[in-house]
Design a protein around this ligand. Sequence first.
Ligand SMILES: C[S@@+](CC[C@H](N)C(=O)[O-])C[C@H]1O[C@@H](n2cnc3c(N)ncnc32)[C@H](O)[C@@H]1O
Ligand code: SF4
Length: 401
Amino acid sequence: MLPLSLYIHLPWCVRKCPYCDFNSHALNGTPLPEHEYIDALLSDLAHAVSKISPRPLRSIFIGGGTPNLFSAAAIGRLLDGIARHLPLTSDIEITLEANPGAAEAQRFVEYRNVGINRLSLGVQSLDDGSLQTLGRIHTADEARQAIAVARDVFPNVNLDFMFALPGQTMDRLDDTLREVCGFGVPHLSLYQLTLEPHTRFHHAPPERLPDADTAAAMQEHIEEVLAIAGYARYEVSAYAQPGAMCAHNLNYWQFGDYLGVGAGAHGKHSFFDKEGKIVRVERTVKQPHPRRYMESAQTAPETLTVESRIVSRDEFAFEFMLNALRLRGGVPRTFFPERTGVPLADIASMVRDAIARGLLESDETVFRTTAPGWRFLNDTVQCFLADSEEKGKKRLTAKNA
Ligand SMILES: C[S@@+](CC[C@H](N)C(=O)[O-])C[C@H]1O[C@@H](n2cnc3c(N)ncnc32)[C@H](O)[C@@H]1O
Ligand code: SF4
């Protein structure tokens, strides 16, 4: 059966960072509607589960926003509610995203006690000047303390960083990387800072941003330093020690199903015939506005989905490869027919074209980018657009964090 994951979105932050285009809303000192929002999430989940083929959850990712604004009691109530709606696999990965400075790190012990087994900490930088430019609410030392507690408490920890920051030099990046390697956490995510539309940085770009060549050199340097320290770059922005790849994100990239619950959450789920073959794949987006989300969840949960789209037969090649080719090791060929319901013969000419252009390699078992195909990933993925006029327009995008 196609793996199933659950993404839960908690949409509040202490304040809004100037580079952030996620569905996050500054609390500005107003109280967190913790109880009401957890009720809304459970009502949303109950309705979502009634629409799909229920099966055990392989992973849960509680993202934001700043989920560690929520108390451990609230997170515990959420996890108990989830377990009442769907069975959980015995080795389920349950991640909570957390920001240093949002609550005392002591809360981490309580999160572990209610069932969280992986913490993803948004560190971004270990340089106080950069943290200030990024509008973060924590200092580098507060981040270091949070990392130390996280490492003691959780078997599995991810740290998020951004690079190509305003004024960042190769030397400064190198200092950060050496310190990061010393933490010895199992998983790291390093994202190049992007100026997303509708953010303050997009309207007023910060000064001294590294140019594209420097950013590319930084990306190479990160990969080299982390490889020496035992981290494999297994996806565009993700690095793991052996055995520590993120199960939840792997499921996105391998075209598994996921329920999206919470304000603005994205979901993807498949419908099967009696033989278990996929007949339809639907993508959904929930009401993004937190207040409207809570009101609808209580009165009419069937109205929470504000966008829904059935993936058409000629969109599968692009949608599948957009995700799968982000993985450096590629994806089993059999996943394409199994997870889209479309035979491999339908994409044979696109595959041949990508191979002929030196961007893709494929043996009996996997589809994988070549070294140039990995370097120019947008071009590689665009080989799989059905409508050639669309080529050049669509870019790589990420969903749900
Ligand atoms: C869902 S977001 C935020 C998680 C958490 N609230 C925080 O700020 O640490 C997950 C990660 O995306 C990255 N990110 C957010 N906006 C970005 C941007 N404009 N460019 C690059 N990376 C970004 C950050 O590293 C962030 O930790
Ligand atoms: S980057 Fe994180 S903390 Fe900052 S506004 Fe976005 S979700 Fe909130």
